[in-house]
Design a protein around this ligand. Structure first.
Ligand code: F6P
Length: 367
């Protein structure tokens, strides 16, 4: 009987609860035991009461709840080998032989490292008498399955991360609200959105709200010319009779010399050069909270079920999969490949090699 642990890790994302619900119920439906690991990897490191067997009714009503009800953390201990040793021991002591991790890029990288180190960790636990050889029997192979939960939509090998569309929807709703007050006063608003080094939320929100200008890290404007460019775009719009100006700035926006571009930089420019009455709105964690939109509920439920199937399909020979969605179909990609590709894309973007970043993105689902 498989004992499957489910963890939510990293920044919370709408849809994580529906993913946990789907995993718990699919596991029970398929004759396995499901364990919620509380507070992300911290729960694995601490063990004990942080690991709780879940019953069918424990996740009742979770489909529409925002955040993550089993908690999450950015766990420093799990980044250290001693933390992963404790985590491995706690899993074995509790009989947990498979882990489904719902988190972003960093959390899945951690999961991949844990999987790769697993045999070594077991050896060390036996060598240091933390566990006996008979205790580790049957645990030689750790099954890990990744679900991508993050508002940033910054993971390769999936078209959409769980939570990204809910966050996008909240950003659009907020910009619509801002539009009304901007129009009334004929003001400019600089809206800073999350996404870390990924401009997906900013770009999509810009398109969906008809923003005047968008700053994203993937397309840094000229360090010496961006001020002129945005001013000419905004004044052209104003000359056409537009009463409001909305500029969306991704929190990780940079210029071509890799200097950060902040909402304050943009505001100062609009005030000093164009004389616009300008305000800044930092949407902050509003864009991460609240209940998930239908799309996120749907993909997290389907992917949660798929993750349990992937656990049951797993053999020592098969690589740990990450469940994604591509062209509306569920896909399984080796977690190690998805993590590596995500890093390569990020490195190419950092080096401003956008052609390489694009070709890596294009190649990610190639046969
Ligand atoms: O990764 C999700 C995210 O919301 C990013 O967009 C943002 O940069 C970061 O997390 C904020 O992290 P925290 O909530 O720990 O401040």
């Amino acid at each position: 009987r498989k004992k499957i642990g489910i963890i939510t890790s990293g920044g919370d994302a709408p849809g994580m609860n529906s993913a946990v619900r789907a995993v718990v119920r699919a596991a029970i439906h398929k004759g396995c035991d499901a364990f919620a690991i509380y507070e992300g990897y911290e729960g694995l490191v601490q063990g004990g009461h942080m690991m709780k067997q879940m019953k069918w009714e424990d996740v009742r009503g979770w489909l529409s709840e925002g955040g993550t009800l089993i908690g999450t953390a950015r766990c420093a201990a799990f980044r250290e080998r001693w933390g992963r040793l404790k985590a491995a021991k706690n899993m074995i002591v509790n009989g947990i032989d498979a882990l489904i991790v719902c988190g972003g890029d960093g959390s899945l990288t951690g999961a991949d490292l844990f999987r790769a180190e697993w045999p070594d960790l077991l050896k060390e636990l036996v060598d240091t008498n933390e566990l006996t050889p008979s205790q580790i029997e049957g645990y030689e192979h750790l099954t890990i399955v990744g679900l991508v939960g993050s508002i940033d939509n910054d993971m390769s090998s999936t078209d959409a991360t769980i939570g990204a569309y809910s966050s996008l929807s909240r950003i659009c709703q907020s910009v619509d609200f801002i539009d009304a007050t901007a129009y009334s006063h004929s003001r400019a608003f600089v809206v800073e959105v999350m996404g870390r080094h990924c401009g997906w939320l900013a770009l999509m929100a810009g398109i969906a709200t008809g923003a005047d200008y968008v700053f994203i890290p993937e397309q840094p404007p000229s360090a010496t010319g961006w001020g002129d460019e945005i001013c000419s775009v905004v004044s052209a719009h104003r000359k056409k009779g537009k009463r409001k100006t909305v500029v969306i700035v991704c929190e990780g926006a940079i210029d071509s010399d890799l200097n950060p571009i902040s909402a304050v930089d943009v505001k100062d420019l609009l005030v000093d050069r164009l004389g616009l009455d300008t305000r800044i709105t930092t949407l902050g964690h509003v864009q991460r909270g609240g209940s998930a939109v239908a799309f996120d509920r749907l993909i997290s439920t389907l992917q949660g079920y798929e993750a349990v199937e992937a656990v049951l399909d797993s053999t020592p020979e098969t690589p740990s999969p990450m469940i994604g969605i591509h062209e509306n179909k569920l896909v399984r990609t080796p977690l190690v490949d998805a993590v590596a590709l995500t890093k390569q894309v990020a490195t190419a973007i950092k080096a401003r090699d956008f052609n390489r970043a694009m070709s890596l993105r294009d190649a990610e689902f190639a046969e």
